[in-house]
Each structure stands twice: as C-alpha cells, then as structure tokens.
Design a protein around this ligand. Sequence first.
Ligand code: GLU
Length: 317
Amino acid sequence: MSSAVRGRYAPSPTGFLHLGNARTALVAWWQARAQGSGFVMRIEDLDSQRSRPEFITANIAELDWLGLDWDEGPDIGGAHAPYLQSERQQAYEQTLEKLREAGQIFDCYLSRKDLREVSSAPHRSMLPYGKRQRSLNERLKAQKLAENKAPSLRFRVDKATVDFYDQLQGKQRFELGDFVLLRADKQWAYQLAVVADDIAMGINEVVRGDDLLQSTAAQILLYEALGAKPPSFVHVPLLLSKSGERLAKRKGSLTLTALKEQGVKPERVVGLLAYSLGLNSELTEMTATEGLEHYSLKSLSSEPFSLNSELVNWLLL
Ligand code: GLU
C-alpha cells in the first residue's frame, strides 16, 4: 500500500534555495522515502517576472548537492511530463473548464483599487471578497466592459469556513474570500496550477512550508469542486533568521549555493536542519540518507525555529 504514496517538492525558481527551503525539501523527501514512496520534482515557474531559467538549473543542482533524489522531474523526465509549470498551460485550461462546469467561476472586473476601497480590512493576505465585492462587481460590470477591461476569473467560495487536518499542525480552520484562478493579464494563479498539477501527477501527500496553510484551505475547495480527493498535508514551520525574520530568497543569505561555494559540506547542512527540526538532539553531520534513520513525523517539531550565531558558526566551521 505504502508504495502508492507519492510526494513532491515544488520550488519556485526565483532565486537560490536558502536553508529554510532546504529544510522543507528535506522533510518532503524524508517523509516520502521513509514510507518507501515515490518523489516528484516540479518547478513552479509560473511567475514569469520573477522566475529565471538559470535558477531552475541552480535549484536542481542545490537539491542534488543536499543529497536528495527524485523519480520524476524536469531533468530526468517521467510519465507525467512536463515538470515545468510554464509548459503545462493545457492542464490548467482543462482544470478551469471543469471548475466552470461545476458553476464555481465568475468574471471579476474589480481592480486592486476598487477592492481596497470597498474592503474594511485591506491588509489581510487574501483580500476578503464576499457579498459586498460581488455586488460592486455586478454594478461596475457594464462600465468596465465599455472600457475594455479584461476580467480576472475568480472561484466563488460558498462555505463560511474551510476545515482540514494537517498531519503536523492538527486541525485547521480558515475563512476565505472568493479567490483568483486566472489573473486579468492571463497569468494562472498558484492555487489553480498547484491543484491541477498535484491531481495530474497523482500526488497524495503534500509537504510544504506553513506559510501556505491558508492556501491549502483554498486548494481544498478546488479539490472538492473537481470531485477529487485532497492529498494529506504536512506544513513545516518556517526557519527564522538570527533576528527572528523569515528567510527570503531575495535577501540572498544562507543559500545552498553560497554555502557550497564556501566549502561547507552538505552533511553539515543536513545535520543542522535535522537538529532544527527536533529529529536529532545534537549537532552531528549526516547525509540526507542517514537522516532517514532519525526521521519520524511524530518527532518533528511543529514550532518555528530561530537560527543563532552558535548554530551558524557550527555550520560554517
Ligand atoms: N512553489 C512554492 C514555493 O516555492 C511551493 C508550493 C507548494 O509546495 O505547493 O514556495
């Protein structure tokens, strides 16, 4: 039975991978391989402004250096190719059609400015979009059409709350507004692409950073509307910098490429990350494969972890 589990790691090639990305990638790989499961590498290069081809090659080299392997991916092909989202437009079109048939999609003509003006809570990460926004959209439609405004496509959320269970963080509940599937500039939204791909690639276990918990709620609604079974989820808490901030690719610090160039061994990186995840009580060097012996979902910490000078010194020693 366990051989039927399929996991994946899905980096966005917008920069070199940092230690936090490596931490999530390792958990995804350990979680799959500890069960003897298949593991897929998919490149999420939908954001044409921020994704760069050189980072696709770099990210693959970084994960290979870390000691991970995969059964299917852009570098080795596989039964579910292509593995670059930028080449999967057809899959997204088909998924959108199914959602349209399910009656869950509508054209939205509201600009960010319209939304800000009508919203009472402008700073929420997913702008609330409900009755007020829908009725403003209806009112402005004729005018926007006359102005030749292209609409975005949104998914209509009918449920007051979305509940799901995360294998690491337990019960989750989110309130969601109607969310975008295809932007007015014809760029596919992450929510649609990731669900279309995970279904098409037979992924039934998703491991990713816990900054995506709210997105998971949106994705569950897409699975339901498509009549597909959602995967099980493990959301890994983030790794924080010494000053307690989220690591970010654009800040360029502690990337795997930089560490490699400084002569740091991947065994140190894996050792530090295993320690940060609560899988090892000491800092010891280990390969990704050796880490499998320490790995269990039950011993994985569900708290964010902050780096400190002592740990970074050990890494760079
Ligand atoms: N591409 C996303 C990222 O790099 C991950 C999305 C996912 O795993 O669903 O953060």
